[in-house]
Design a protein around this ligand. Structure first.
Ligand SMILES: Nc1ncnc2c1ncn2[C@@H]1O[C@H](COP(=O)(O)OP(=O)(O)O)[C@@H](O)[C@H]1O
Ligand SMILES: [Mg+2]
Length: 416
């Protein structure tokens, strides 16, 4: 591996080109800002092709599917039919990463952040969390025993979907082909519903006090009968409290899973371009979250490195930053990645979407032409002279700043 990797950006008057050398900077991270058509993706392509031949590896998240023509990089067009992808339910077997519990929390939390429309209520989040823990358990993965966290294959979203369906049926199907246990559960649900109805009536002022007490006493009797069946270890009754809510949780997982990419058969992230253009927005964000998480988790356990060994590239990064869990991972990579040789390259049409932690921890910035309406704000956020911004032409120029040179003062670079 070469320590001194270089990318020639263009010229600034003189004969010799201005060169970006990430390993000579405070950190290897790069922000590329500029409006549509300014030359961001073109630059990303050049940087990857330059560094990959100098021994650096890459994971590229390609939102538009236009970072093509990359040398030595495997393309994975995420979507149905690829039969490969990334598994949100896989776990790294390190105690400090928290195992099944931490993974379940992260998954439920991410779903919660993703969509206001299909937001799961607290009861549903609880059911999903419990289902995840039970699914892990059913696969021999136990929170209390870190040795069980290692598996050939972890359950995936199809397993989760089936598991939820199974629980749903178990709650709903009364008797007939099923065991006696079902009859009791079904009866319990009917009585519980009746009680709820009575309580609502009581809330409206109806005199149903006696009926409520009678129902409670039958409910208690039924529950006692149920427990006497010797199925004390069947806690489903207490966990999956609401069949309709459970069905909604199952449908939510099914909806995410219909992309076919949250599967056991995972792609290698080394020298990979992950094309997410054919996925739904929500699925794009889930894929990106788990790629970020996986890279950060793996690199935090890697050996210390003076030089950047791997780059994560995210084009159209602003799209992902409205999800706090993703923005948090990006922030952690810019803060902690350097020590372990993990760098990040972020391109965006809206350079104003980065939080100050990301801006402060990214040593190098390239600002291409940006819309005049945001000149003033970009100038303030990035510390670049607004009058210089006016002279930046799409594709022809960019403003370049790296902390290592001239204390980060911007220079106008001629790209051609
Ligand atoms: N330095 C350059 N030299 C030649 N063509 C360029 C250069 N920069 C960009 N282009 C071309 O301009 C078009 C828009 O560039 P692109 O990188 O896709 O913009 P962005 O990603 O910022 O929207 C593309 O066709 C690209 O090939
Ligand atoms: Mg682009």
């Amino acid at each position: 591996m070469t320590n001194n990797i270089n990318y020639a950006i263009g010229k600034n008057g003189g004969e010799s080109p201005i060169v970006w050398s990430p390993n000579a900077c405070h950190n290897p991270h790069l922000i590329i800002g500029g409006s549509s058509g300014a030359g961001k993706t073109f630059t990303i392509r050049q940087i990857i092709n330059a560094f990959v031949t100098q021994g650096v590896t890459f994971t590229v998240i390609d939102k538009h599917g236009d970072i093509n023509d990359l040398d030595h990089i495997n393309d994975y067009n995420f979507g149905y039919g690829l039969d490969r992808g990334i598994n949100p339910l896989s776990i790294l077997p390190y105690k400090d990463y928290g195992g099944p519990e931490a993974n379940a929390l992260a998954f439920v939390g991410l779903l919660n952040e993703l969509s206001g429309l299909h937001r799961l209520g607290p009861e549903q989040q609880n059911m999903l969390h419990n289902a995840l823990i039970n699914l892990y358990r059913a696969n021999g993965i136990k929170q209390e025993d870190v040795n069980t966290w290692t598996q050939e294959t972890y359950p995936d979203l199809t397993d989760l979907q089936r598991f939820l369906m199974h629980k749903y049926k178990k709650l709903l199907v009364g008797g007939k082909d099923d065991s006696k246990e079902m009859d009791y559960l079904y009866d319990l649900y009917k009585k519980k519903k009746a009680l709820e109805k009575l309580e609502r009536a009581a809330g409206k002022g109806d005199d149903v006090k006696d009926k409520i007490l009678a129902t409670i006493s039958t409910l208690l009797q039924k529950y006692e009968d149920y427990l006497k069946m010797g199925i004390l270890n069947d806690k489903d009754f207490l966990i999956y409290t609401n069949p309709r809510g459970l069905l909604a949780v199952k449908n939510r997982i099914q909806n995410i899973n219909n992309s076919g990419v949250f599967v056991k058969n995972e792609i290698s992230l080394k020298n990979s371009r992950v094309i997410i253009k054919n996925l739904e927005d929500e699925q794009k964000k889930i894929v990106t979250f788990y790629i970020l998480k996986r890279l950060l988790d793996v690199f935090l356990k890697a050996r210390y490195s003076e030089h950047v060994r791997h780059y994560l590239v995210i084009d159209e990064a602003s799209f992902f930053l409205d999800i706090p869990k993703i923005s948090n991972l990006i922030t952690r990579i810019v803060q902690e990645g350097r020590k372990f040789g993990l760098g990040i390259i972020l391109a965006t049409q809206n350079p104003l979407s980065f939080n100050s932690d990301i801006l402060l921890n990214t040593a190098t910035k390239m600002i291409f032409s940006v819309e005049p309406v945001i000149h003033r704000l970009v100038s303030r956020a990035f510390g670049v002279d607004p009058s210089l911004l006016k002279s930046v032409m799409p594709r022809k120029h960019c403003m370049y700043s790296t902390k290592a040179v001239n204390n980060g003062a911007y220079r106008l670079i001629n790209r051609l």
